[in-house]
Structure formats: structure tokens, C-alpha cells
Design a protein around this ligand. Structure first.
Ligand code: NAD
Length: 238
């Protein structure tokens, strides 16, 4: 489980541990990574390092002998004007949001194949389905997560490995949204959401846990928006 220190990842880790799973909680931020529930092992890892991701997967295999689920959830955003987009920003957004998803899948799939199946959940975003003002690199990277998820679902179906994407809408009080929370238009966004409010990390965790569970045994290649109805809207105002 990557991006596990805060926000949506922390909520997923907590939910899975409460349901009795053994979870490796992975994050680059060792100070914030402080899970103490039984069943959770904290692991500092930079998911943009292929070697560290391979070590993360190997640690699970060494300890438990198998890997049933992989959650590629780590993500970073960046607000930038197209004319001022520097290479470092573009590379970082792509490395964390999509290259790391490939690293995780590449490391985990051989073990899942050997075990006869598994479930992968990639955290994309409705920002991979639609555009946002000023978030081009993030939108592009999350779009890549969505279509990579579809391709993997095809490639891994016969291996009984299901691959799905969770697409959160606006989820309040995560590190990713901390700056946006303070903007004056914050209240207007809530009003523009059909359900009338931002979502919570706990709500995302329930959807992610469903996608990874046997309850979703016939679900693969799904791109599931959990967005309070935002992507149901054409954008036209009556
Ligand atoms: P968050 O910032 O609270 O969590 C992201 C975590 O990823 C952080 O703990 C961070 O330390 C970790 N991370 C960043 N770079 C890393 C790296 N190189 N290696 C390992 N860990 C790294 O934000 P969140 O809102 O919980 O976001 C979780 C996921 O949900 C992200 O993929 C994000 O793009 C996606 N998402 C969030 C929202 C939202 O509104 N919060 C909406 C749509 C999608």
C-alpha cells in the first residue's frame, strides 16, 4: 500500500488492518508514517525508485510468503502554467503518479501469478478523466494511470489478477488538498458537487477495499469514480 502515511492511503491501511489484513504501509515521509494498529508494518520507501519498490514487495513475500493485494496510491500534484512548466516538475509528477504504478505492478505480478491470482487497485483521479485549470501534468499522468489500468486488466485477466482504478473527486483534508482548502472558492466547489460536499478519505477507503476484495470478483478494468456525482455533469448550467 503506497502513499500510506496520510489521507486516502492512511484510511485504506487502517480499514484493511481493522478487517484483519496484514498491511505493509509504504510512504516516502517517515515522519508522518506512524501507523500503530496490529497488522500494519510501516516502511519508508520512495516509489520512484524501482529498486526500493522491488525491495518493498520482496519484504512482503519474505514475511508472509504471498502478496494478495497491491494498492498503488502515492500521488503528487503541481499547479503550473504551461509556459512555465519546468522539466523537474513534469518528471516528478509523472514518476510518482504513473511510473511508480508500473514499478509496483512489475514487482508484484510475478508473485501474484505464482499464487494463482491477486488484486491491484491504482488510485487515479477524476482529473484523469477531465481537465482542471492549471494542472496539466497531473491530469496527463492520471489519464495514463487510467489507461494503464485498462491494459493491465486485459493482460492479467487470464492470470486471475484483477486491476481496477479508483478515481476520487475532491477529497477534503488530505495533504494534496491542504492548499486548495484555504481558497475563497472552496465553498462554491462544494455547492457544485451534486452530493453538495467534498468526500472523505474514509469513503475512498471503502471503495478501494471493495475493489480489492472478493466482493468485486467479477470486476476488472473498472475505472470507478467516487466523486459525489461530479463526472455525471456535462458542465452546462440550466
Ligand atoms: P496525500 O498527500 O495525503 O497522500 C499522498 C501520499 O503519497 C503522501 O503521504 C506522500 O508522502 C506520499 N508520496 C508522495 N510521493 C511519494 C514517493 N515518491 N514515494 C512514496 N510515497 C510518496 O494525498 P491524498 O489526497 O490522500 O492522495 C492519495 C491519492 O489520491 C493520490 O494518488 C492522489 O493523486 C489521489 N487523489 C486525491 C484526491 C484528493 O482530492 N485528495 C483526488 C483525486 C485523486
Amino acid at each position: 500500500m503506497t502513499g500510506a502515511a496520510t489521507g486516502i492511503g492512511a484510511a485504506i491501511v487502517t480499514l484493511l488492518a481493522r478487517e484483519g489484513a496484514h498491511v505493509l504501509a509504504v510512504d516516502i515521509d517517515g515522519d508522518a508514517l506512524r501507523h500503530d494498529l496490529p497488522g500494519i508494518t510501516n516502511c519508508v520507501c520512495d516509489v520512484t525508485s524501482a529498486a526500493q519498490v522491488e525491495a518493498m514487495v520482496q519484504a512482503v513475500i519474505d514475511t508472509h510468503g504471498r502478496l494478495d493485494m497491491l494498492f498503488n496510491n502515492a500521488g503528487v500534484g503541481a499547479l503550473c502554467d504551461v509556459a512555465e512548466t519546468d522539466d523537474d516538475t513534469w518528471d516528478k509528477v509523472f514518476r510518482v503518479n504513473i511510473t511508480a504504478v508500473m514499478y509496483g505492478c512489475r514487482a508484484a505480478v510475478p508473485h501474484m501469478r505464482q499464487a494463482g491470482g491477486g488484486a491491484i487497485v491504482n488510485t487515479a483521479s477524476i482529473s484523469g478523466m477531465r481537465g482542471d485549470y492549471g494542472y496539466g501534468p497531473y491530469n496527463a499522468a492520471k489519464g495514463a494511470v487510467i489507461n494503464y489500468t485498462r491494459s493491465l486488466a486485459l493482460d492479467l485477466g487470464r492470470d486471475k489478477i484483477r486491476v481496477n482504478a479508483l478515481c476520487p473527486g475532491f477529497i477534503a483534508n488530505t495533504r494534496l488538498t491542504a492548499t486548495l482548502e484555504k481558497l475563497p472558492q472552496r465553498r462554491e466547489w462544494d455547492e457544485s458537487i451534486p452530493l453538495g460536499r467534498a468526500g472523505t478519505a474514509d469513503e475512498m477507503a471503502k471503495v478501494a477495499a471493495f475493489l480489492a476484495s472478493d466482493d468485486a470478483s467479477y470486476v476488472t478494468g473498472a475505472i470507478l469514480a467516487a466523486d459525489g456525482g461530479v463526472t455525471a455533469h456535462t458542465g452546462q448550467v440550466n
